[in-house]
Design a protein around this ligand. Structure first.
Ligand SMILES: C[S@@+](CC[C@H](N)C(=O)[O-])C[C@H]1O[C@@H](n2cnc3c(N)ncnc32)[C@H](O)[C@@H]1O
Length: 313
């Protein structure tokens, strides 16, 4: 953790300021230490360079473990390798700018949050545009994400939960959250939490699953019902066993083709989470329009997702 981010951090429990106690520092980074709340006195450890700003995960603990497993296996090359969710890094960056409705130059000097940053590929790639980038995730693999992003001094990784965010209000110019609030029992509250972090005239983008057009892998998960109870390693093998059938089905249905690895990834990605909420366009636009945003726009996305952005009043 770099000391500079202390100014934007706060206690995820009561939102008051924190005091940093350093135990081990290397190259200006706090590797081991404690962040203590000046108000409620709760302590949050910094372990292996990553602040652990989690209050209580409740039933999201299981998700934190299974997502951690997924990103660890991804890093080991056991799932998708050249692409990620079927996209190259260049495509993912292009989509980031298109979906937020901004140009790469708009990032210079700005502060950006990637909420639910997954394996961190986008978070790391955004580091080259002159902004401070914060990536948060609940995944237990957070150290691996931190190590992957570490070469970039302006990319910061924190283990944090969208339900109890460790940032002061109106801190970020751009908040990006793709397919993360759907793993929280109350996504509208998670949306509110994220919107509080956006500065006036800043932008928020969220992507959630489209209830009216679920992907085949989500339908399969609904059909199997208990796939999330399987040991993760078995589920990984099952995903690889089903991947050729998914590739064939996509070819027959003339869907955009993705590699076998990508299909194994898509299957595992849908089968392990214990729950995922689904939404309508009207519902998501309503979240933006009720209060804090204007210029709400439904952005063209993939068939199975709803992409919406808005500008903070
Ligand atoms: C489907 S992946 C999407 C990753 C990335 N946003 C992307 O689009 O490539 C969902 C990610 O959200 C994270 N996540 C789920 N619930 C979360 C929460 N309550 N707080 C923070 N991250 C969460 C998961 O750990 C996982 O890495």
């Amino acid at each position: 953790m770099r000391r500079e981010i202390l100014d934007i951090l706060c206690c995820p429990h009561c939102k008051h300021d924190l005091t940093l106690f350093e135990k081990e520092v290397a190259n200006d980074e706090v590797i081991e230490g404690i962040l203590k709340c000046n108000n409620c006195r709760k302590s949050f450890e910094i372990v292996k360079g990553v602040p652990r700003m989690i209050v209580d995960l409740g039933d999201r603990r299981e998700l934190a473990e299974s997502w951690g497993f997924q990103w660890d296996k991804q890093a080991e090359g056991k799932l998708e390798t050249d692409t990620y969710y079927g996209e190259t890094e260049e495509q993912e960056l292009d989509n980031f700018f298109y979906h937020l409705g901004i140009a790469p130059d708009d990032l210079r000097g700005k502060v950006v949050l990637d909420a639910g940053c997954g394996c961190g590929r986008l978070t790391k790639a955004l580091g080259k545009y002159g902004a401070e980038i914060l990536g948060i995730d609940i995944a237990s693999s957070i150290e691996c994400i931190y190590e992957y992003c570490r070469p970039n001094q302006n990319v910061h990784i924190i283990q944090a939960d969208i339900v109890n965010l460790p940032f002061k209000n109106e801190t970020f110019d751009y908040v990006w959250s793709k397919l993360a609030i759907c793993y929280v029992r109350n996504p509208e509250q998670a949306f509110e939490n994220l919107s509080d972090l956006v500065r006036p005239s800043g932008k928020l983008f969220v992507a959630v699953p489209d209830k009216a057009n679920l992907s085949f892998t989500v339908k399969l998960k609904d059909f199997l019902r208990i796939s999330h109870r399987m040991p993760l390693i078995l589920l990984l093998y099952l995903s690889w066993c089903l991947a050729p059938a998914l590739s064939l089905a996509k070819r027959v249905l003339k869907n955009p083709r993705t590699s076998l690895r990508a299909n194994a990834f898509f299957l595992f990605n849908s089968l392990h989470p214990s729950f995922m909420t689904r939404h309508t366009r009207e519902e998501v636009i309503g979240w933006f329009d009720r209060g804090k945003f204007y210029q709400t726009a439904l952005v063209n996305g993939t068939d199975h997702l709803i992409f919406v952005r808005g500008t903070k009043k």
